[in-house]
Design a protein. Structure first.
Length: 251
């Protein structure tokens, strides 16, 4: 399958967001956004293969502080398959300061140092499911896409279950990408040639995420939920989407 060609950036006299043309080459890399969830799930699969985690485990088995406020029995399988009812966090969107603090904490854990206090970690641990999560799961299960928050929860799970306490990005690189010779990364290191990274520009949505006029009939678990409001909170769970280019976050 041949997919090499075109431009990294298309120049436009009508839209000043775009810069000069750059040829898309064999070494060009682009942000895959939510496809990163697949890579994160592969890290959990690696832990399962190693006998360190089971999909049927309660997340709290590996992360005891997670097991409160109705999350005690949520399983790894439910977390990975967007059934954990944690698609949005209470309170304001995660700020840049909270994100940096969380990244610094994970880096300290990886280095074997005493981790600093972390407001985001406390928010994750204290968060209540937005609807009851049953065991065994309902049939069919109630699934609600977790566009952003699942990254925080899975990152914490992976680092806690890995005996070396590696961050998600490092475990993925060492155990999966490098062994496959794959030019795929979760975040980039300071020495990475940023000229390889294609510039991306957000589309201008024509429909608000709170528009639920076409929402189908909801299962009983969603009765009484403000689905539009939860959707808006879920996609707005972080203050800025552009942080993926900031290498110093050390996710």
């Amino acid at each position: 399958l041949y997919l090499w060609g075109g431009k990294q950036v298309v120049a436009s006299s009508k839209d000043k967001r775009f810069g000069e043309d750059v040829e898309w080459s064999e070494g060009t890399v682009a942000n895959m956004f939510s496809c990163t969830k697949i890579m994160a799930n592969l890290c959990v699969c690696w832990l399962v293969q190693c006998g360190l985690v089971s999909f049927g485990d309660a997340v709290a088995k590996h992360w005891p502080a997670f097991g409160c406020n109705g999350k005690e029995r949520i399983t790894v399988r439910q977390l990975l398959s967007h059934q954990a009812a944690l698609c949005a966090l209470d309170g304001p969107p995660v700020s840049m300061a909270e994100l940096r603090e969380w990244c610094d904490r994970m880096q300290a854990v990886e280095a074997g140092e005493d981790p600093p206090p972390c407001a985001l970690l406390e928010r994750l641990e204290q968060q209540r499911p937005l609807w009851p999560v049953t065991q065994p799961p309902a049939v069919p299960p109630f699934v609600a896409y977790h566009p952003i928050t699942v990254g925080f929860f899975v990152s914490e799970l992976v680092q806690r279950a890995d005996p070396a306490r590696r961050r998600l990005r490092r475990l993925f690189h060492e155990e999966i990408a490098s062994k496959l010779g794959a030019d795929v990364f979760i975040g980039v290191e300071p020495h990475f040639d940023t000229k390889r990274i294609a510039k991306l520009y957000a589309a201008r949505p024509s429909v608000k995420v709170s528009d639920t006029s076409s929402t189908p009939e909801l299962p009983r678990e969603a009765a009484g939920l403000d689905v539009g409001g939860i959707t808006q909170r879920a996609f707005g769970a972080i203050e800025r989407f552009s942080v993926w280019r900031q290498r110093d976050l050390n996710i």
